[in-house]
Design a binder for this molecule. Structure first.
Ligand code: IPM
Ligand code: MG
Length: 350
């Protein structure tokens, strides 16, 4: 079968890691007799440099027409320390999420056995961790009004019932297919938006009698993610809490360089590693491509190719066992493989 893929490498290490994911996708296509038809588009600082716009109309059009989007990273130090910059690379990502209606961000937190001892947490705490964080992605404080009047600044957090309903319902559906425990993370003891989330979840809960729902304040959740990560199954939360908690959760497994994600809506789906653009490593062929390769596996699941996706995950596991890993994962005295060596090794195991 033929699938149209939009490739958005973006900034920093984005182009290198997306390149490795494409190699792996092509190896998979060859084995299973598929064809991936790629169209590349600009986003982020790379797009600002070329067009002045971090999410140009031409990029949006390519994304709209694609069956799926594979995205690298966004961000550039030239903009990070300049609070007066009017155009920022990150605006491209946020506009893209909104324009494509990608309201749900799925971030699976899984442990790879060969990496357990690299975790900042003790082995006995980490073992058995396997949860899915579902982050709302197109609402809340990220998309409220951001204003400044004199010495007063304001960022408004708004949620509507339909916005909460669609993501909470998706969370229930995912939990029903897993271990059937759903944790809604909020700050309902302080925030009105959180009370709307809780009320909405309580109304939906009777539709899913097989799923147990629990409610947890975000500060408590931040603590339990590092003390008892294995207790969670599916976690659902609003945009900013999800941003913060998923960075925290991502290192449980030993490296931020391993975590894939999917951002999905009713009509479009985008797949990206959760790490950023890592500008210090850009163009050095040293960055870990595994999170992007695992994001490509999530993309294949989405395209209805689960056997192909499983092949990729197994091949990544083979690379970990063989120690063919980049410097972020290399053992003491071990030799770090380059980005492209890791990609090629994974291809050879497909
Ligand atoms: C993420 C990132 C983005 C976010 C930034 C780059 C705007 O941190 O995808 O988690 O905050 O959503
Ligand atoms: Mg983030």
């Amino acid at each position: 079968m033929e699938h149209k893929i939009a490739l958005l490498p973006g900034d920093g290490i984005g182009p290198e890691i997306v390149n490795e994911a494409v190699k792996v996708l092509d190896a998979t296509a060859q084995k299973h007799g598929h064809r991936f038809d790629y169209t590349q588009a600009l986003v982020g600082a790379a797009a600002i440099d070329a067009t002045g716009d971090p999410y140009p109309a031409a990029t949006h059009e390519i994304c709209e027409k694609a069956d799926a989007i594979l995205f690298g990273a966004i961000g550039d130090p030239r903009y990070d320390n300049d609070p007066t910059a009017r155009v920022r690379p990150e605006q491209g990502l946020l506009r893209m999420r909104k324009a494509l209606g990608l309201f749900a961000n799925l971030r699976p937190v899984q442990i790879f056995e060969p990496l357990i001892d690299r975790s900042p947490l003790r082995r006995e705490v980490v073992e058995g961790t396997d949860f899915l964080c579902l982050r709302e992605l197109t609402g809340g404080i990220y998309f409220g009004e951001h204003t400044r009047e004199g010495d007063t600044a304001r960022d408004v957090c708004t949620y509507t019932r339909p916005e909460v309903e669609r993501i909470v319902r998706m969370a229930f559906e995912l939990a029903a297919k897993r271990r059937k425990l759903l944790t809604l993370v909020d700050k309902a003891n302080v925030l009105e938006t959180s009370r709307l989330w809780r009320e909405t979840a309580q109304q939906i809960a009777p539709e899913f009698p097989e799923v147990t729902i629990e409610y947890m304040f975000v500060d408590n959740a931040a603590m339990q993610i590092v003390t008892r990560p294995a207790r969670f199954d599916v976690m659902v939360t609003e945009n900013m809490f999800g941003d913060i908690l998923t960075d925290e959760a991502s290192v449980i497994g030993g490296s931020l360089g391993m975590l894939p994600s999917a951002s999905v809506g009713e009509r479009h789906a985008l797949f990206e590693p959760i790490h950023g653009s890592y500008p210090q490593a850009a163009s050095k062929n040293i960055a870990n491509p595994m999170a992007t390769i695992l994001s490509a596996a999530m993309m294949l699941d989405h395209l209805g190719l689960p056997a192909e996706a499983a092949d990729i995950r197994r091949a990544v596991g083979d690379a970990l066992v063989a120690g063919v890993v980049t410097e972020d994962l290399v053992e003491k005295n071990g030799r770090a493989a380059s980005t492209s060596e890791v990609g090629s090794y994974i291809c050879s195991k497909i």
